[in-house]
Each structure stands twice: as structure tokens, then as C-alpha cells.
Design a protein around this ligand. Structure first.
Ligand SMILES: Nc1ncnc2c1ncn2[C@@H]1O[C@H](COP(=O)(O)OP(=O)(O)OP(=O)(O)O)[C@@H](O)[C@H]1O
Ligand SMILES: [Mg+2]
Length: 292
């Protein structure tokens, strides 16, 4: 076991710029798996960390047990945390979403809290497009602190396969990610992502994840023939078990992972306000560029 994890530490955690995706059905331990990787990165890398908060289970509180936090919150909205424990959280309010990547604190876990404020799928799609377009643009201009690791639970919401997006526009915006995800890697920006289904993610995007972690029910299609043969093995994984697939497609024995406290057991996170469309129209990407 030490050997598999040792290799993962040396070849993934300590080496920046390789994308990783964790695949498994709902309830298979994917979010818990992200905490495990995050803890490993905190110990073994100097990467700046970004975590997109899904708002699903007060995950901010679990993150706060690992390191100090910098919450990035759209201006006019707010996040309130109630907890018995003392928590070190700073808040950065963002007026223009394009600037989010320039407001990162390399000494804290940067938590982007935005999805909990959005109720409208049209706004969601626009915000995803805006945030990822500015990531790519500023990365190319070397204006983002790297190496950078971006944790993104449920990545199929960023680059959905055809038929899995909220709209045709949502699907098309995924092409921005597809076109740039390899380039981001070479700029030392990597994604650690999850998905409930391999084929829910756009084909050209899922091909860019060199590292795969299989959880229960990971089911591969014919574009991964070697892994597809082992779908029955993945079917039987327990909630605390995973299999790491290395870039060579060699894969580990079954590895047991630790359990982290669910945020809900540590307190409560409240999101105040709703993200309105007007917040999006405040500035165009060009507006920022001409000021910069
Ligand atoms: N390593 C582990 N040891 C013990 N229990 C675990 C472990 N990992 C996950 N669990 C249990 O399984 C539950 C589901 O885990 P988790 O929320 O990470 O799954 P998920 O795949 O992210 O689910 P979803 O798709 O619904 O977000 C956890 O609340 C926890 O109770
Ligand atoms: Mg989850």
C-alpha cells in the first residue's frame, strides 16, 4: 500500500501541472476523496489552492480544519459561518468576476463561493463561462500565481458532454475549456475534479485527465478500453475504497482512504443573498484588460 501512495505522492502531489479526475456514482466518497488529495497537497506541495464551493454539505467547515481560508465572495452577497470551533477565515469581496484569479492568497485555501448564490441556470452558464475565460486569459498573460491547483467537484457542470449540459450554450462554452485545458497544464495550473459519470464530461476534456481515481460504480466507455474491462471491479468498491489509475494506465491495488468530518457536523454555513444578472453585466473582460 505504501508503495502505491508513495508513487502517487512523488508523481502527482509533488509534481504540479497534471490534471486528475475522480469518477464514481453518487455517495461513493468522491468529495471525501478530494479532501484526502487536498491534505496531501498541503503537506507535499507549494501550490496555491483554489476550491470551488458547491455549498452541498457545509464543506467550508471541513476545509477550515486543514488550513486557514480565504473566501472569495461576489460583492453584495455574504457567507456566514457558525461553529463552536475557532476558525481562521478571511473574506475577499469580488466586484468583477474576471478579477477572481488575481485575488488569491497563496497562504490560504481560496474558496470560491458562488454556486450557492445562483438559482438560475442561464446565469450559472454565463458565470462558468466568464470565470473560466478569465482564468485562461490571465494564465496566458502570466498574471496568476502558479503552480495552482483548482479543486472542482462535479466537473461535468463545467464541460458537459452533449446532452448533459443545461443548454446548447452551456455545451458550447465547454469548448473553451477543451481548447485550453492542455495549455493550462503546461502553465502549471491543474484541475483536481470529480464526476458522477465518465461520459457526462465532454470527450476532448476527459481525455486531458492523465490521472484517474476510481470510486464505486466508475463506469468507463470504449474510449478507455483498458479501464472498461475492469468496470465490474469498480462496481464492488466500498465507500472508503479507491483505485488509482496512473498516467501509464497501470492501476493500484484497492486503497483505503480516511474519512474527514462532514462540514455539517462542525457547524453551519449560511449564504446571504442571490446572484442577480446585473452583477454579471458590471464589467466586460475587455474593460478589465484596458485598465490592467
Ligand atoms: N473514507 C471513508 N470512510 C468512511 N466513510 C466514508 C469515506 N468516504 C466517504 N464516506 C461516507 O460516504 C458518504 C458519502 O461520501 P461523499 O459525500 O464523499 O460521496 P460523493 O461521491 O461525493 O457523493 P455525491 O455524489 O452525493 O456528492 C460520506 O458522508 C461518508 O459518510
Ligand atoms: Mg460529493
Amino acid at each position: 500500500m505504501e508503495g502505491w501512495i508513495g508513487r502517487f505522492t512523488k508523481e502527482f502531489l509533488k509534481r504540479s501541472g497534471e490534471h486528475l479526475i475522480e469518477v464514481g456514482i453518487t455517495g461513493s466518497g468522491k468529495t471525501q476523496g478530494l479532501y484526502w488529495i487536498l491534505e496531501g497537497l498541503i503537506h507535499h506541495s507549494k501550490d496555491t489552492i483554489v476550491w470551488f464551493d458547491s455549498g452541498k454539505s457545509s464543506e467550508i467547515l471541513t476545509l477550515s480544519t486543514m488550513k486557514e481560508l480565504n473566501l472569495l465572495i461576489p460583492e453584495g452577497l455574504d457567507v456566514e459561518i457558525e461553529s463552536e470551533r475557532e476558525i481562521d477565515v478571511s473574506k475577499t469581496y469580488i466586484g468583477d468576476l474576471n478579477e477572481i484569479w488575481m485575488r488569491l492568497d497563496e497562504n490560504r485555501i481560496n474558496v470560491i463561493t458562488i454556486w450557492s448564490f445562483i438559482l438560475d441556470p442561464v446565469i450559472f452558464t454565463e458565470v462558468v463561462a466568464k470565470i473560466f475565460t478569465s482564468l485562461i486569459r490571465y494564465a496566458h498573460e502570466y498574471r496568476i500565481k502558479t503552480p495552482l491547483t483548482i479543486f472542482y467537484d462535479e466537473f461535468h457542470t463545467v464541460a458537459p458532454a452533449r446532452g448533459h449540459g443545461l443548454s446548447e450554450k452551456h455545451y458550447r462554452y465547454g469548448s473553451v475549456v477543451q481548447l485550453n485545458i492542455e495549455r493550462l497544464r503546461s502553465l502549471k495550473i491543474r484541475f483536481v475534479a470529480t464526476t458522477q459519470g465518465w461520459t457526462k464530461i465532454k470527450k476532448g476534456v476527459r481525455d486531458c485527465f492523465n490521472w484517474i481515481i476510481c470510486r464505486r460504480g466508475a463506469s468507463f466507455s470504449s474510449d478507455q478500453p483498458k479501464l472498461q474491462r475492469f468496470n465490474p471491479l469498480f462496481e464492488k468498491l466500498k465507500t472508503d475504497e479507491c483505485i488509482i489509475v496512473y498516467p501509464t494506465k497501470l492501476f493500484s491495488d484497492i486503497i483505503k482512504l480516511p474519512r474527514y468530518d462532514d462540514g455539517e457536523s462542525l457547524g453551519r454555513v449560511r449564504y446571504k443573498g442571490v446572484f442577480e444578472h446585473s452583477l454579471l453585466e458590471e464589467e466586460s473582460l475587455n474593460g478589465v484588460k484596458s485598465r490592467g
